[in-house]
Design a protein around this ligand. Structure first.
Ligand SMILES: *[C@@H]1O[C@H](CO)[C@@H](O)[C@H](O)[C@H]1NC(C)=O
Ligand SMILES: *[C@@H]1O[C@H](CO)[C@@H](O)[C@H](O)[C@H]1NC(C)=O
Ligand SMILES: *[C@@H]1O[C@H](CO)[C@@H](O)[C@H](O)[C@H]1NC(C)=O
Length: 351
């Protein structure tokens, strides 16, 4: 596992500090939840630069940085160690207790927000959407996430003993209750039965998080289906040269055969055809968006983020599905370079 921090952003997202504060413009932007990745922390500069960008594009956006602990170093630790289900439950309670989020309500009294997840934070946010009653997410956006799990653990940096400790615990014990209750990446590790092409027996029985939130077990949770289908948009970004997430296509819910490397796109999979998770319903109303961006894992650039935030976050329009374009003139960031955002060429998924 490589540390999934956002160092590149620090150099890329350089703003003038003296931007004039734009006049408050109703309607108000929805608050934005941001969940960081493995080895990162909620108070990291790189992560806050992303929040700053979101605010430049949609002034007045309340950014809520999801954390498992107010102490940044303990929050980082919790990205390696802990029970993900318990973490998601805690985040749900924290969100409901936040006075500023409580001011953004939908017509049914749910807390109305947008959500942005980096790497593992993406599938955890999705779990939050599925499990957190009373949370009402409009746009869910994930970058380099592991929605279909990981089939391998990456090697850790030489001096990263926390990471090494986590990997050592997993070796040969991935499906034990001990590991599933404690090692975060193990809870989205996924192996496949070569005969059935579905999740392996060990995974289906033992997985502490992913098998449940992906509704892969025989008993499907109806509320997960409803909550995913109720999203307005679920925008999934894959980094084209991602070497950290194995396989990278996991970010689009694709299945990759570990022997011959053949990629089966989500739309060809049983989980879509039988709609275990509401993704098909969401897709049929135009809400499921597959995107890719050049570069390696978390190789984000300002233009891609600016365009994405402009399009999917910000104020809620009365007209459902209306696209909101960034107000380039008033906030002063570089013109959006549309050609940098490649829409997915489907022929690339089905090899
Ligand atoms: C993880 O936490 C959840 C919720 O608190 C609990 O139901 C589950 O048993 C825990 N998993 C393990 C493997 O300890
Ligand atoms: C894969 O699934 C088949 C059919 O259900 C089963 O007979 C077999 O034992 C499974 N393989 C493994 C390695 O668990
Ligand atoms: C993966 O590929 C191998 C080799 O082509 C094949 O034998 C195997 O059945 C495939 N597995 C699945 C689940 O399709």
């Amino acid at each position: 596992m490589r540390l999934l921090t956002l160092p590149a952003l620090l150099t890329l997202l350089v703003f003038s500090t003296a931007l004039p504060s734009p006049p408050p413009s109703p309607p108000k932007s929805l608050p934005l939840l941001i969940w960081h990745g493995l080895g990162d922390r909620y108070d990291a500069d790189g992560l806050h630069t992303v929040g700053t960008l979101a605010n430049k594009i949609h002034p007045g956006t309340h950014i809520y940085y999801i954390r498992l602990d107010d102490d940044g170093s303990a929050d980082r630790s919790a990205s390696f160690f802990g029970n993900v289900s318990a973490q998601v439950a805690k985040v749900c309670e924290d969100i409901k207790a936040d006075p500023q989020l409580a001011r953004s309500l939908d017509e049914k009294g749910g807390i109305r927000v947008d959500a942005l997840g980096f790497s593992q934070g993406g599938q955890f946010l999705r779990g939050l959407v599925e499990r957190c009653e009373g949370l009402s997410v409009r746009s869910l956006m994930t970058f380099g996430s592991q929605h279909n799990g990981i089939s391998e653990f990456q090697t850790c940096g030489s001096y990263d003993f926390v990471c090494k400790g986590a990997v050592a615990l997993v070796k040969g014990n991935a499906w034990t209750e001990y590991v599933q209750g404690r090692v975060v990446p193990a809870q989205y590790y996924r192996t496949v039965n070569e005969t059935t092409g579905r999740g392996s027996e060990g995974y289906l029985e033992g997985s502490g998080f992913l098998a449940d939130v992906n509704n892969e077990r025989s008993v499907k949770r109806g509320e997960y289906v409803e909550r995913i289908a109720a999203l307005e948009r679920f925008v999934m970004w894959v980094f084209e040269e991602d070497k950290t997430v194995i396989p990278k296509e996991s970010g689009w819910f694709a299945e990759v055969n570990g022997t011959d490397g053949v990629v089966t796109g989500l739309r060809e999979r049983a989980m879509y055809k039988e709609d275990w998770l509401g993704l098909r319903r969401l897709d049929e109303k135009g809400g499921l968006v597959f995107k890719s961006t050049p570069g390696g894992h978390m190789d984000l650039n300002e233009e891609v983020l600016a365009e994405a935030f402009g399009e999917y976050f910000g104020p809620e329009t009365s007209e459902k599905g209306a696209r909101l374009m960034p107000q380039t003139g008033s906030v002063g960031y570089a013109p959006v370079l549309r050609e940098q955002v490649m829409l997915v060429d489907e022929s690339k998924i089905y090899l």
